[in-house]
Design a protein around this ligand. Structure first.
Ligand SMILES: [Zn+2]
Length: 115
């Protein structure tokens, strides 16, 4: 991968992390403990709890992606970003632009999924 392509990936990853963190903060605000005394309007308490569970699930997925993206930044720093550790081939630019945190190339990932 060229130096320029790497710099672009880094920007892409940093922007993604920033927007995921914003979502995370928003969800944290939304999932504050539901106080029994709080008026929930039309929502019943049970509905509010169900919604909270969904938000917490989305938040957990978000946080996992942030961690994977941070690991990708580490790989950029270490100089092994975009190299599949299984076959040592470069991961396609196409895959890295849609999944910048990808660790393995598509071929190796599919092999692993089948085994
Ligand atoms: Zn591979």
């Amino acid at each position: 991968m060229t130096h320029e392509a790497l710099a672009n990936q880094k920007e892409l990853i940093e922007a993604l992390i920033a927007s995921l963190r914003e979502t995370d903060e928003y969800l944290t605000e939304q999932t504050q403990v539901i106080e029994p005394s709080v008026s929930l309007g039309r929502l019943t308490r049970m509905e509010a709890i169900g919604e909270k569970a969904v938000q917490e699930h989305v938040q957990a997925l978000n946080q996992k992606r942030i961690i994977r993206l941070e690991h990708a930044l580490d790989r950029i720093e270490a100089g092994n970003y975009g190299l599949c550790p299984v076959c040592n081939e470069e991961i396609s630019a196409e895959r890295l632009s849609s999944v910048p945190e990808a660790v393995m190339c598509v071929a190796c990932m599919e092999k692993r999924a089948k085994s």
